[in-house]
Write a protein that binds this ligand. Structure first.
Ligand code: ATP
Ligand code: MG
Length: 252
């Protein structure tokens, strides 16, 4: 589904990604791990069009997407969350999810000003879908709570509901359980499984929480200093000497 081919990116003199290759298969839960500053978020930014790679290309379902705008890439079926929470704090949970759906509405400004039939129909549909996405992540009792008043763990779940609003085939999650307790991260693991098993989505996630990654992911790619140093199933990665030396050794 996703192919990263020889991707490189240079910021000033810093080589943040160097000849990176990665494949994510349809229906897989794939983890991207590596030490701080190894290029994980940068790679997600390249895949989702926030950065244009200096070299190489990214293909999604066989089509080159690198160089396209984040909006077009989102429309093609990729949805992401950010490492730092990225919500509208003064809006309710429901409003946050409804606004995320605007990528899929096709009424124009006049429809909105005059509240025409297509506008009202699409608004109603967006609201119904948003409610079901909030139910999916367990926020059905918080529809009208302002995002800023939700506890941290629920704000992160709201971000997942927001990304589901665009109905992505491929979901990219940047540290979805950072700062969560064990019970909260178990809940996120359950939701990620459900996204794949019920929603039929493919998942690529970055995470430092090793128990979460090793239990949840079926395939892993390891970055170090902008280079892929290992790929394989969790058991192989846990026993890879280079990965242990540069990363896992410090995290056990
Ligand atoms: N826009 C940018 N301009 C300059 N340097 C950048 C930019 N974005 C990322 N970098 C640099 O690229 C390198 C990789 O950063 P990145 O954020 O991708 O790491 P990461 O693996 O996500 O780390 P962490 O686990 O801490 O989130 C770092 O040295 C970072 O400072
Ligand atoms: Mg990062």
């Amino acid at each position: 589904m996703l192919e990263v081919n020889n991707v490189g990116i240079v910021f000033g003199g810093l080589v943040a990604l160097d000849q990176v290759n990665m494949k994510v298969k349809k229906g897989e839960i794939h983890g991207l791990i590596g030490p701080n500053g190894s290029g994980k978020t940068t790679l997600i930014n390249v895949i989702t069009g926030f950065y244009v790679p200096t070299s190489g290309e990214v293909k999604f379902n066989g089509n080159v997407i690198s160089g396209k705008s984040p909006h077009l890439i989102s429309h093609a079926g990729l949805g992401r969350t950010f490492q730092n929470i990225n919500l509208f704090p003064e809006m309710s949970a429901l409003e946050n999810v409804v606004t995320a759906r605007c990528v899929h509405t096709n009424y124009n400004m006049l429809d909105a000003v005059f509240k025409t039939k297509p506008f009202k129909e699409q608004e109603a549909e967006a609201r119904d879908k948003a409610i079901s996405q909030l139910e999916f992540v367990g926020l059905q009792d918080d529809l009208n709570t302002k995002a800023k008043n939700l506890p941290y763990g629920k704000r992160r779940l709201l971000e997942i509901a927001r990304l589901l609003a665009t109905d992505p085939q491929l979901v990219l999650l940047d540290e979805p359980v950072a700062g969560m307790n064990e019970q909260e991260s178990d809940e996120v693991a359950r939701i990620v499984h459900k996204m794949r098993d019920v929603g039929g989505r493919t998942i690529l996630l970055i995470e430092h929480h090793m128990k979460f990654v090793m239990n949840l992911c079926e395939q892993l790619t390891v970055l170090n200093s902008g280079c892929v140093i290992a790929e394989g199933v969790p058991e192989e990665i846990q026993n890879n000497q280079e990965v242990i030396a540069c990363y896992l050794g410090k995290r056990r």
